[in-house]
Design a protein around this ligand. Structure first.
Ligand SMILES: [Zn+2]
Length: 244
């Protein structure tokens, strides 16, 4: 048995409702990190997400790489989407339970590798200013005390409130022109779950850490969604609720 938090990035896509129904069927609550531009286009699907007990998180308005836009734009990306989520909860008649944010591509605002967090002073300043926009707007993270990977400890030390992940299902690879990691089919996605490399986001078989799992709400991989969720459950992953 391994505990995990489920997070679903991007969208809402045209297949959002079908995916929400899959989670309802298995009794799983997830954070859906949505893009402002897609919530604008598919408001009803965002509402359906909320109405079915799922949590909407902020994944920026336009999905830019935060290291490639100026600080003002970073703030606009966060705040515009935040207001939009507030309005959706209001419309749904549901109190917004928690404010959670994930950077597009996991990029916290500086160009660097995920496992290398020794910031220069200038980088640290930029990261801190973006984090301040998040905390000023009420964004938080969980302590995740039971995530024990060394690389995650370094993220904890920098006191970032955005949500990172510890396991990427990599289903997004299958529709890339050059599929990263050679992941081209659902079978490849399932095979990746068996790789043991806990220091590099592949610790599903590693018993001593909880996980934050990321999968996406992309229209191209909708037909894989339930298979992947089921495979995770079959592996003994027990999904924690985000809020009671
Ligand atoms: Zn994304």
């Amino acid at each position: 048995m391994k505990k995990a938090y489920l997070t679903i990035d991007d969208g809402p896509s045209v297949a959002r409702r079908q995916k929400v129904d899959v989670l309802t069927k298995y009794g799983i609550q997830a954070v859906w990190f949505c893009m402002g531009i897609d919530m604008e286009a598919r408001q009803e699907d965002a509402l359906y997400t909320i109405e079915n007990g799922q949590i909407i998180g902020n994944h920026s308005y336009n999905h830019p790489n935060f290291s490639e836009i100026d600080l003002e734009q970073c703030e606009r990306e966060i705040v515009t989407t935040d207001r939009m989520i507030d309005e959706l909860y209001q419309k749904a008649g549901v109190k917004r339970p928690v404010k959670l944010f994930r950077f597009p591509y996991g990029n916290e605002g500086v160009k660097r590798g995920f496992f290398d967090v020794a910031y220069t002073d200038e980088e640290r300043q930029r990261v801190e200013r973006i984090q301040k926009v998040l905390t000023d707007n009420g964004y938080t993270t969980f302590p995740f005390e039971n995530i024990t990977y060394p690389y995650y400890e370094r993220f904890r030390e920098t006191k970032r409130v955005d949500w990172l992940w510890t396991y990427d299902t990599m289903e997004w690879c299958v529709f890339q022109e050059k599929p990263p990691y050679g992941v081209k089919t659902i079978d490849d996605v399932l095979e990746m779950m068996e790789i043991d490399w806990p220091d590099r986001w592949m610790g599903l078989n590693y018993p001593n850490s909880e996980e934050i799992i990321v999968i996406h709400d992309h229209p191209q991989t909708s037909d894989m969604f339930e298979t992947i969720i089921k495979a995770l459950l079959d592996k003994g992953v027990e999904f924690c609720r985000i809020v009671e």
